[in-house]
Design a protein around this ligand. Sequence first.
Ligand code: AMP
Length: 177
Amino acid sequence: MNKHFDLDGAIRKIPNFPKEGILFYDITSILTNPEAFKYCIDWMVDQYRDSGIDAIACIEARGFLFAAPVAEKLGLPIILVRKKGKLPGKTLEKTFSLEYGIDTIQVHEEDVKKGTNFLVVDDLIATGGTVRAAVDLITEAGAKVHEVFCIIGLPFLPYKQLLKGYTVRTLIDYESE
Ligand code: AMP
């Protein structure tokens, strides 16, 4: 694997999206760049192979894209954390604050097996509200969260406090918005 890949160069930055004052870190420019996408997936596979995780929970929608190839390579089940109203079975849900608004996420209750050691994956962690809600859903269902992984971290926002007690790993951090 290419350990010196310029991931920053592969991430498109869009000022004032979706509203004034937000710098949007756009991972679609990783998806259109096979070398960049491979770098991310290979990194995750190396990191989480033999790490003790039994399943990957990923957050709609961009988290799905990074979790799925890793789960397939590691032979692990994928549990989708979706926006309210998308999952057809019996669900558990959590409402939480976002950097720009509020939202409700759900998981299929029977897919979160008690005692399972989860990796939680999303594309980016900002305030940490989304990931925290996913972590709470999983732990309240009786499973454990081994670790959280996001491609991008914004450590100037308070996600570390919100996820105190959990390891949050990121591939690249940005210090401003
Ligand atoms: P948060 O709950 O504040 O950690 O927000 C995380 C979610 O919102 C992730 O699913 C991101 O996709 C999205 N998000 C928040 N802030 C940004 C940003 N500056 N650029 C791109 N995506 C963002």
